[in-house]
Structure formats: C-alpha cells, structure tokens
Ligand binder design. Structure first.
Ligand code: GDP
Ligand code: IMO
Ligand code: MG
Length: 426
C-alpha cells in the first residue's frame, strides 16, 4: 500500500488537477478531502478539456474509485450538475464514486449569508468565490445548525431544517432589508430530491479507506486551493475556510499522515492569486498582463482575471515546510517562454529588515518588498518538450534554481495543459 498527496503550494490553481490526472494510473483510489465547488481543476487529454470542481480527477479514469471525503463541503445541486456534465462528455461512468455521509451540506441560506457578509466588508471583502463555502464551514464549527450528508436520510431532517430556516430567516432579514425569506418545505423537497439521486454513492468513506489500506490499495489525495489559503497557515483572513495545506489530509479524510509516502507540492513557475489580500511579487504591468494572456489566467470557477507575479520562493518555501513536501511539480513553465529576464523572490525586506520567514501578520506581508534574484530567460518554445535534457539550458537553470531555493527536488515539469505536455523526472 502506498499513498501520494498532491497539494498546491501557492494561492491555488497551481495545476493540481493536471498532476493528479497524471498520477492516477499508479493508484486505485483518488480522494478529495477539503473545500467544495470553490475549486476548479482542469484536466486535458485526447483533445478534450474537463473542468472538475467537486469530483476527484480519478472520475475520468476507468477502474478508479473516487472518494469525496468528510472534510469536503457539498453543494448537492452543483455536484449533480457536474456529474451530468462529465457523463455528457465521457458517457456513463463505469467506476465507483463514494460520498462521505460525514461531509457537510451547503444550503441556500449559506449563499445568502455569504452575500451579506461580503457586502458588509465593502473594499475589505475577502473576494470569495461566493459558493457558500465559508458560511458552511462556519456552520460546521458552530455545530447547532449544521447539516451533514447523513442527516438528509433521517426522519429528523424535516423538523431540524424547519427550525434552522426559521432562525436563518430572522437573522438574515435583520441584516438585509431586501431579503426574501426561505421556505423550509421548499428547501426540504429540493434537498430530498438531491439526496435520492446521490443515495447510491453515500457511504462511510473513512471505514472504506481504512479497509482499502488493509487490502494494500494505493491512495491518491487530491488537494484543493493552495497552502497560502489555509485557514491556519495562510494569509489570514484572505484565505479559505479549511486546511488547504497538507495539514488538511488527516482531518479531512480520516487517514493518518503516516500512510502518506510521497507529498508532492505543485507550484506554477510564477505566482497567481484570485481574490483579495497582499501579494508581494504581483506585477501590475505589461509583464503581468503578458503572463495573464499567455497562461490564460482567468478563474476556472468565477472567470475573474487572476493577479499575476514573479515566483515567490519565500511564500512557496514556507508552504513546502508546513506540509513537509518530498517533491515539487513545476507547472506552466512554458508561459515564461520568450521572456528575456526572469526574477525569483528569495527574501522579503520588511520595514528595512531582510527576512526569509513568511510573515504571520497581513500588515507585514502588505509592506514586504521582494528581494529578487535575476535569472536569464529562454527565447524558445518549450511546449513540445518531454525530456528534461531537451529543455533550453536557461529553462533548466530556472527549474534547478526553484528546486534549490525550495530545498526539494523537482520531480515533474509541465510545459502545457495537455497530459502529454509533461516531463516526469522521477
Ligand atoms: P488547479 O486548480 O490547481 O487544478 O489548476 P487550474 O486547473 O485551476 O489552473 C491551471 C490552468 O493551467 C488550467 O487551465 C490548466 O489547463 C492549465 N495548465 C496546467 N498545466 C499547464 C502548463 O504546464 N502550461 C500551461 N500553459 N497551462 C497549464
Ligand atoms: P483550486 O482548487 C484559487 C480563493 C478565493 C478567495 C479565497 C476565499 O482551483 O486551486 P472561498 O470561496 O474559498 O471562501 O474564497 O480563496 N480560492 C481559490 N483561489 N483556486 C482555488 O481552488 C480557490 N478556492 C478558493 O478566490 O480569494
Ligand atoms: Mg483551480
């Protein structure tokens, strides 16, 4: 038995979906363990593009079991829509999908609450994906009004929901004069419909994963978001509401860390961020725009233009240490093709003091000035290269510099969105 984990080391969208797809064949089970439909993972092969949000990338492979574990927050309507979309692209799925009965359910009032919250913050808004992710996790930790997948199948669901909706209607109306109250019976009917369709997939996934470990099955954990969006270790409060670094695997899946033999951290060859929050290496100039255009840096989920900047090794190095990554995958290297000179941020200067520690407070990160190392670029196209040695010398120098500064070997280099456009070194 072996387990591999793929996590993002930046602010999300590092190409985790592509890397998971690449590794799926060596595994039996792919597990999503955190986040919800705030994630957008793109997988491309045989001329087709698949956009996954809640479904693990394993769903695209025959004979693989895909697990949505208890740490995920599930919008059942979004999940069913995604399932229909994938079936329309791939035909009927002949592999297993399991959904944890412990996973929390995103309800319509979570979306309404998030709209009120974000609006109240005006310019200081987090810039969330507005999918009810944070408000559903808030509910989970608040406990009293939380609904888990397993609750949808109990006789108590109707009464429980009625009491919650009454409370929510009063609370939201007090904050938003335009609010139209929810009808508990209508939500109940809608969610019972979703529950019926999802029923064949709902299971105790923790027990299943432990049985699979005993049987020697190989597990692949598919991270969502990026480590810098981690609720405990990220750029708080401009983060997501769960543990999106490697720390989330244990609590999100019930599988202890000791089983994870290989923790792979995915980085872009540069940095992007969607939503608010400080971003020291952000390029608000023509190079930033060039990266956005070349890398097609527009959000998979919300379509928002992603903020782009140079590779930040202080931030990514911090993420790599938090999760104890064994190897790095460097993606979107091709986007830097044709840039004469590249820069890697190897330290920050904060109020005149140079440091390689990632600041714990937002205000310090907001004034951090990147200390850059300049590296010569390469002027040729890398998108067709599949052997590491065939990369231009300067591209290899760049990749080596990233590995060295992160103190982790670069095992995978990606030079295009397609599965084939990949250099696997180890
Ligand atoms: P994820 O959320 O980490 O799975 O990443 P996303 O799918 O949101 O964003 C990565 C984007 O980059 C997607 O559009 C991918 O198709 C694309 N992509 C992945 N790897 C490469 C690469 O090496 N080069 C280029 N140009 N695009 C890539
Ligand atoms: P993948 O898995 C990039 C960002 C949002 C916002 C913040 C909080 O595709 O890498 P939320 O809706 O989670 O409460 O929003 O987190 N964010 C992501 N950014 N990729 C993601 O997922 C993200 N998921 C959330 O833009 O800044
Ligand atoms: Mg994404």
């Amino acid at each position: 038995m072996s387990a591999t984990a793929v996590i993002g080391l930046q602010w999300g969208d590092e190409a985790k979906g592509k890397v998971v797809d690449l590794l799926t064949d060596q595994h039996d089970i792919v597990v999503r363990y955190l986040g919800g439909n705030n994630a957008g993972h793109t997988v491309k092969f045989d001329g087709k593009t698949y956009k996954l949000s809640l479904l693990p990338a394993g769903i695209l492979h025959e004979g693989i079991t895909s697990v949505i574990a208890g740490g995920v927050v599930i919008n059942p309507q979004a999940l069913l829509k995604e399932l229909d979309q994938i079936i329309s692209q791939k035909g009927e799925l002949n592999n297993q999908l399991m959904i944890s009965d412990r996973a929390h359910v995103i309800m319509p009032y979570h979306l309404a609450e998030e709209r009120v919250l974000e609006a109240s913050l005006k310019d200081a808004a987090i810039g969330t994906t507005m999918r009810g992710i944070g408000t559903c996790y808030q509910e989970k930790y608040g406990r009293s009004h939380a609904i888990r997948v397993g609750d949808l199948y109990r006789d108590t669901f109707s009464d429980k929901l009625a009491a919650i909706v009454e409370f929510k209607n009063r609370a939201i109306a007090a904050l938003d004069p335009d609010f139209e109250p929810f009808d508990a019976k209508q939500i109940e009917a809608e969610y019972l419909g979703y529950a019926e369709r999802l029923k064949p997939h709902v299971a105790d996934t923790t027990a299943f994963l432990h049985r699979s470990i005993k049987e020697g099955k190989n597990l692949l954990f598919e991270g969502a978001q990026g480590s810098l969006l981690d609720i405990d270790h990220g750029t708080f409060p401009f983060v997501t509401s769960s543990n999106s670094s490697g720390c989330g695997i244990h609590n999100g899946s019930g599988v202890p860390e000791k089983h994870i033999g290989r923790m792979i951290g995915v980085v872009k060859a540069y940095t992007t961020r969607v939503g608010g929050g400080p971003f020291p290496t952000e390029l608000d100039n023509e190079i930033g725009q060039h990266i956005r255009d070349t890398g097609n840096e527009y959000g998979t989920v919300t379509g928002r233009p992603r903020r782009c900047g140079w590779f930040d090794a202080v931030a990514a190095g911090y993420s790599a240490r938090i999760s104890g990554v064994d190897a790095v995958a460097v993606a979107l290297l091709d986007v830097l093709d044709g840039l004469e000179e590249l820069q890697i941020c190897e330290a920050y200067e904060i109020n005149g003091v140079k440091t390689t520690d990632f600041p714990s407070h937002l205000d310090d990160l907001a004034v951090a000035k990147p200390v850059y190392r300049k590296i010569a670029g390469w002027m040729s196209d890398t998108t067709g290269i599949t052997n590491y040695d065939d990369l231009p010398e300067n591209a290899r120098n760049y990749v080596e510099a990233l590995g060295k500064i992160l103190e982790v070997p670069v095992d995978i280099v990606s030079v295009g969105p397609d599965r084939e456009q990949t250099i696997v070194r180890r």
